[in-house]
Design a protein around this ligand. Structure first.
Ligand SMILES: [Mg+2]
Length: 219
């Protein structure tokens, strides 16, 4: 069996502007002006003054009543970069921890699949997983500080996608990207190195199909 070069892609805070959408939902939930809620949040949103156990209720409202995973905006450049890498022969593996609330899985999964198709994000594998290191990938992109640390501890190559939840991390992960242009460059660099090692020819240019039969090609 021929191994693919696998790119493990996190959704919330990396491909999907999760915190931007949640800020609007939170403003409605509280009945306050959105400007009163700082956009510079940390993981778990303590800056917005959530009450104990309130996050679960807010999250359920956001997904089931405001179609969070369908209406969230994509992070600029994410879909285009993933499309180019997929066309070049990278196997796109979406890895997301969106099923952490019981009994709303159908709607969460359906919204996720619809959103990926709506924004033209190609993928071969869709994994709803908490422990992302158990899903093998040659390189990951991730924003949660805990996941970044866990993946690093497991010896995985992880690109930390900068946002307010991880910007404090020091001395910082080896690989950090502030935008999708940078993610794409890092992943392509790793992928081309992997192709050279495997004695495979490189695509002619970014976004081009590889010059070898690729039955798992995604456009
Ligand atoms: Mg995330």
């Amino acid at each position: 069996m021929v191994k693919d070069f696998v790119f493990g892609v996190d959704l919330d805070g990396v491909c999907a502007d999760f915190y931007g959408k949640m800020r609007a939902v939170m403003a409605e939930w509280r009945g306050v002006d959105v400007e009163t809620l700082t956009p510079h949040v940390s993981y778990g949103l303590p800056e917005w003054g959530l009450l104990p156990n309130e996050y679960g209720r807010l999250h359920r409202f956001a997904v089931t009543q405001r179609d969070l995973f369908l209406s969230v905006d994509p992070v600029p450049g994410a879909a285009q970069a993933i499309r180019r890498l997929g066309t070049e022969g990278v196997r796109i593996r979406i890895i997301t921890h969106r099923l952490f609330i019981r009994y709303f899985h159908k709607i969460a999964v359906a919204q996720t699949v619809d959103w990926l198709d709506r924004h033209g994000i190609p993928y071969w594998d869709l994994c709803f997983m908490r422990d992302k290191a158990l899903v093998d990938a040659d390189v990951y992109v991730e924003d949660s500080p805990e996941n970044i640390e866990r993946l690093q501890e497991a010896g995985k190559v992880v690109v930390a996608f900068t946002n307010s939840t991880n910007v404090h991390m020091h001395p910082g992960p080896v690989l950090r990207a502030d935008n999708w242009t940078s993610v794409e460059e890092i992943v392509r660099d790793r992928y081309y190195g992997w192709l050279r090692k495997a004695n495979k020819k490189l695509p002619e240019a970014p976004g081009h199909e590889p010059p070898w039969p690729n039955c798992r090609h995604v456009s």
